[in-house]
Design a protein around this ligand. Structure first.
Ligand code: GRF
Length: 196
């Protein structure tokens, strides 16, 4: 059984979908840790409710990214984490974590990358008046939403789409797609994943 850590900064609805998938048996992994850079985030409440250990920190309490990532890395070792799952974690991953976990960190992004990377992806899609957007799951590298793509799913936009209606559609897709991709990754060896 593979051990995963979820990193989140906010509401954590994707974290919840992963918890639910483990509980209903469709995801055969163990969520050993939540890492959260906002101690008051609702994601922390979800961890408590599910009995999942969490490491909540405030970046300001550390001298720099290297300092807090060193602390995170120690937690990942302590909890024997195989796969890091970013789910609304609003920080770029730095060299400290990347050098230890590159190829084993994934992210979910609410657009069809490489379109609309970075913040406010759904707002960017609306302003561009695209007819189709979607969700991307990708490996994390040093760039912003730039690592190799693992899976994508489309979402159609209507004439009068709003940020609220789009967010609802995107979340519905994310909550199915992310647990399914994680299951695919934890049930394949790294070699099989690399070879597709
Ligand atoms: C998701 O839309 C995800 O694509 C993006 O951040 C959002 C997190 O939402 N990276 P939640 O905290 O999982 O509800």
């Amino acid at each position: 059984m593979k051990n995963i850590a979820v990193f989140a900064s906010g509401n954590g609805s994707n974290f919840q979908a992963i918890i639910d998938a483990v509980q209903d048996g469709s995801l055969t992994a163990s969520i050993n840790l939540l890492v959260c850079d906002k101690p008051n985030a609702y994601a922390v409440e979800r961890a408590k409710a599910a009995g999942i250990e969490y490491f909540a920190f405030t970046a300001k309490d550390f001298s720099d990214k290297q300092a807090y990532e060193t602390e995170i890395l120690a937690k990942l070792a302590e909890y024997k984490i195989d796969l890091v799952v970013l789910a609304g974690y609003m920080r770029l991953i730095g060299p400290t974590l990347l050098s230890a976990y590159e190829g084993r960190i994934i992210n979910i992004h609410p657009s069809l990358l490489p379109a609309f990377p970075g913040k406010d992806a759904m707002g960017q899609a609306l302003r561009a008046k695209v007819k189709v957007s979607g969700v991307t799951v990708h490996y994390v590298d040093a760039g912003m939403d730039s690592g190799p793509i693992i899976a994508q799913e489309t979402v159609d936009l209507t004439e009068n789409e709003t940020i609220e209606t789009l967010q609802e559609k995107i979340h519905r897709v994310e909550h199915q797609l992310y647990p399914a991709v994680i299951q695919m990754l934890v049930s394949k060896s790294r070699e099989e994943v690399k070879n597709g």
